[in-house]
Ligand binder design. Structure first.
Ligand SMILES: C[S@@+](CC[C@H](N)C(=O)[O-])C[C@H]1O[C@@H](n2cnc3c(N)ncnc32)[C@H](O)[C@@H]1O
Length: 251
């Protein structure tokens, strides 16, 4: 039962004490880490690769830049950024979860991506980096899991350089009603079954579906970014708004 005196937040459709959510999210990602990449390909039929490619293109990343892949998990974006920034640049893959970081580090090392990537275990709400440090920050399918999203956005704003940009790739609100019905059926009936079959964990994939529904929609997230100081905030819907890429600048 939730303590009535404690502040609450959502964990999927459940209300939990605010200080409990990080542990619940951690349990999800410890459980799915080993099969995370396989499940991503299965669940999205490989389409997450297109969403991520679009994000990289929108990043404007260049040789020699310093980039933060926040909640970077198994490092899909880090791998791409590392190639773009080259030897003189730096990519930091930061994630709160050591199981996900371990999978990311091993995958990138196996692909020969080593010299310009650093791995940091960190909470998005309290980033352990200096002010005005990064040229670009991406957070891909991560913000949804963060307990205090405003605090995390403020922290990202602080560590971004003047002129730098933030990219938030996240599940969002489908814009076509017909899509919503099919998407709901898929998310709540098929997804947990696939999770049970592949990872032996239906609950984590039920949380995934629920957390997507609880996440702020496109315009709400845009306003949240503006309120912490990001400028020229815009978003692009992908796959009918199932996913949206938000972009904002620090000037
Ligand atoms: C769905 S995965 C996304 C991984 C990767 N960015 C991708 O797009 O494939 C979400 C990641 O967010 C991380 N995460 C959750 N809460 C976090 C927080 N407060 N700070 C940093 N990372 C967090 C999880 O550990 C997990 O690795």
């Amino acid at each position: 039962m939730v303590d009535p005196i404690k502040e609450t937040t959502d964990f999927g459709f459940r209300k939990v004490a605010k200080d409990e959510k990080a542990n619940l999210v951690a349990a999800v990602f410890h459980s799915v880490a080993a099969k995370y990449d396989l499940m991503n390909d299965l669940m999205s039929l490989g389409i997450h690769r297109i969403w991520k490619r679009f994000t990289i293109e929108a990043s404007g990343a260049r040789r020699g830049q310093t980039i933060l892949d926040l909640a970077g998990g198994t490092g899909d974006l880090t791998a791409k950024f590392a190639k773009i920034v080259g030897e003189k640049g730096e990519v930091v893959l930061a994630d709160i979860n050591d199981s996900m970081l371990k999978m990311g580090r091993e995958k990138l090392r196996d692909r020969g991506i080593i010299g310009n990537v650093n791995y940091v275990q960190a909470n998005a709400e309290e980033l352990p980096f200096p002010d005005n440090y990064f040229d670009c920050i991406s957070i891909s399918f991560g913000l949804r899991n963060v307990t205090d999203k405003d605090k995390a956005l403020k922290s990202m704003f602080r560590v971004l350089k003047l002129g730098g940009r933030l990219l938030v790739l996240e599940f969002s609100k489908p814009i076509l009603p017909v899509l919503t019905k099919a998407y709901d059926a898929y998310s709540f009936h098929i997804l947990p079954r696939v999770g049970q079959m592949i990872v032996n964990d239906a609950d984590s994939y039920r949380y995934l579906a629920e957390s997507i529904r609880m996440h702020p929609d496109q315009d709400t997230l845009k306003t949240m970014m503006e309120l912490v100081g990001f400028e020229q905030v815009s978003y692009t819907n992908m796959t009918g708004g199932i996913v949206a890429l938000h972009r904002g600048f620090k000037f």
